[in-house]
Write a protein that binds this ligand. Structure first.
Ligand code: GLC
Length: 587
């Protein structure tokens, strides 16, 4: 049985007065940000679909978990062709999730608990039901509205071929031909994702104006920042050149693409930054930018652009000490010159949960279809999380990972909703597996996700999830939930864990990595709990191998993701760390 060492005092997290005002500025530099996938978090009205009222009702759980902020995936008016990443009205909450008052109330409640709130912004494309696109279709070729999208005549004798050879991320051509108002087969429009998600043409000033206005709409409501969807995709290479011979596109690729990571995107973010700065409260942007290298990612977080960018290179790194050390070094080296914090992420709504990725053989795909060795995967996932939470910078946690949830790999085809599942006979369309509603309590589905036992949930939950519920894990010191709570409590109490921009690597045996974290001389900026940076040094040791490793005793063990380390007495005191285990030490 795995077990960890201490459950530290969490009371330090709870402060009197205005909790947000007491947090230091630059909160985002070492924040732990929790991703809520609203469809699957909590369903207050019992229709089987999560909603904003559900999120509101569970905010105290997130506060007690010890995160700093919540990022919500889209809840805007949408036909849900891509689970809300197809937005029909950027200023409206979809009735399925609630209304604007719910969004405002959620922000207010979160702030009262000391939590920040980040919304998702989807600027690369909208829904084909968006008013502009509908009007563009009605008005026909050459119309002003068509210029806000990428409409082009087709190639071939009668325009029967797509304008170029780009493929959609979800499979099939990235172009769809429209039927013109007179009934003829007409122009084609570009959609990097599903046909229901037409790409905006960001060269058009009306598009830029509209998004600046949308930013202000939600900033006025009090939101603390935005996660920018497909931040690397807004600008396409001039002339939309053919790609030539190329494999089917993947979001996480290493190749340069004429539709991703074009230098022109940076001008957009430079125009957004001053808008955020006009608002009080240290608000932020985080980029979803899949770029070929961490160095390219760093371009998005230059001082006059965005604040953070997800570190997908880290997410894609296997559970291997050498590879992890490399990616940590590359990340810190890339971020230091631009002065941005590193970010770390292991799971999100687009990739197989890390408890299942690490249960399988390493793969270049982020979508795994086999459960693998569940016990091994969970052991590694817990160790990987503790490693992540010991690194300098900001960390992202995806709902349910704190429960150690695996991906649901055996969902019946008929319940799957991922648009790419249906577009290419299932290839890479397995994102529903990480989107199954999370279990809160009880012994029968929907395990407290909805209000009524036996009530619906939009994706079925496995029977085995009763024992993974929040209720079942609370108070069990061996549970993954209590491990997260403990690790986050330590992080709050000891800012050394997230602060700074470097780690001091220590010698470690093959298969393991070890580093020290210190904050020299403390900090003038005092955290809400009164802790300063002068709280000493930490050592983090992660054994990614399948045999125990020994190294000189680094200090006093504080928290372990698994078995307690064994102290071996001798001329030199040694610590033995179990396989697939991370241990934090104070010294
Ligand atoms: C992002 C989202 C993903 C969505 C895609 C298209 O990658 O995270 O869920 O399908 O953009 O909007």
């Amino acid at each position: 049985m795995t077990q960890h060492l201490v459950i530290p005092d969490r009371s330090a997290r709870i402060v009197g007065g205005d909790p947000l005002a007491q947090r230091r500025t630059g909160w985002w530099r070492d924040a732990v940000i929790y991703q809520v996938y609203p469809r699957s978090f909590a369903d207050a009205n019992g229709d089987g679909m999560g909603d904003l009222a559900g999120v509101r009702s569970r905010l105290s759980y997130l506060r007690d978990l010890g995160v700093d902020a919540v990022w919500l995936s889209p809840f805007y008016a949408s036909p849900q062709a891509d689970a809300g990443y197809d937005v029909a009205d950027y200023r409206k909450v979809d009735p399925m999730f609630g209304d604007t008052a719910d969004a405002a109330g959620l922000i207010e409640d979160a702030h009262a608990l000391g939590l920040r709130v980040i919304f998702d912004l989807v600027p690369n494309h909208c829904s084909d039901q968006h008013e502009w696109f509908q009007q563009a279709l009605r008005e026909g070729p050459g119309s002003a509205l068509r210029k806000r999208f990428h409409f082009r005549p087709g190639r071939g004798l009668s325009g029967e071929l797509p304008p170029n050879d780009w493929e959609s991320i979800f499979g099939g051509p990235a172009w769809t031909r429209v039927t013109e108002p007179d009934g003829s087969a007409g122009e084609w429009y570009l959609h990097l994702f599903a046909p229901e998600q037409p790409d905006f043409d960001w060269e058009h000033p009306a598009v830029a104006d509209e998004f600046r206005s949308i930013l202000r709409f939600w900033l006025d409501l009090g939101v603390d920042g935005f996660r920018i969807d497909v931040a690397h995709g807004l600008v396409k290479a001039p002339g939309l050149p053919d790609l030539g011979m190329h494999d089917q596109l993947k979001l996480l690729g290493n190749d340069e693409m004429p539709f991703f990571d074009q230098d022109g995107v940076h001008a957009i973010y430079r125009s957004w930054r001053p808008i955020l700065e006009e608002y009080a409260g240290d608000r932020i942007f985080v980029a979803e930018a899949w770029t070929p290298t961490v160095a390219r990612t760093a371009n998005y977080v230059r001082p006059d652009e965005l604040h953070q960018a997800f570190n997908f290179q880290y997410l894609g790194t296997p559970w291997n000490a050498e590879a992890l050390r490399d990616v940590v070094d590359q990340t810190l080296d890339a971020m230091r010159p631009v002065g941005a914090p590193a970010t770390w992420v292991l799971s999100n709504h687009d990739v197989t949960r890390h408890a299942t990725r690490f249960a399988n053989e390493p793969s270049s795909s982020t979508q795994i279809r086999t459960p693998g060795d569940r016990e091994l995967g969970l052991r590694r996932a817990r160790a990987a999380t503790m490693l992540m939470l010991a690194l300098p910078g900001s960390a992202y946690v995806y709902q349910g990972e704190e429960l150690g949830l695996p991906d649901v790999t055996d969902l019946p085809d008929e319940v799957r909703q991922d648009p790419s599942f249906h577009r290419q006979a299932g290839q890479d369309g397995f994102r529903d597996g990480c989107r199954v509603p999370i279990p809160w309590s009880g012994t029968a589905a929907p395990y407290g996700f909805g209000p009524v036992e036996g009530g619906p949930s939009w994706l079925p939950q496995p029977q085995s999830w009763a024992e993974l519920s929040v209720e079942a894990q609370t108070g069990d010191p061996t549970s993954t939930l209590e491990l997260y709570r403990s690790a986050l409590a330590v992080r709050i109490k000891h800012p050394a864990l997230g602060a700074g921009d470097s780690v001091e690597w220590l010698d470690a045996p093959a298969g393991a990595l070890a580093f020290r974290r210190t904050v020299a001389g403390g900090s003038d900026e005092t955290g809400a709990d009164g802790a300063t940076g002068a709280s000493g040094a930490f050592v983090c040791v992660a054994n990614t191998g399948s045999v125990p490793v020994r190294l000189p005793l680094p200090g006093r063990p504080m928290l372990s993701s698994g078995a307690e380390p064994v102290v071996i007495e001798g001329p030199e005191r040694l610590a033995e760390i179990a396989p697939d285990t991370t241990v934090w030490w104070t010294c």
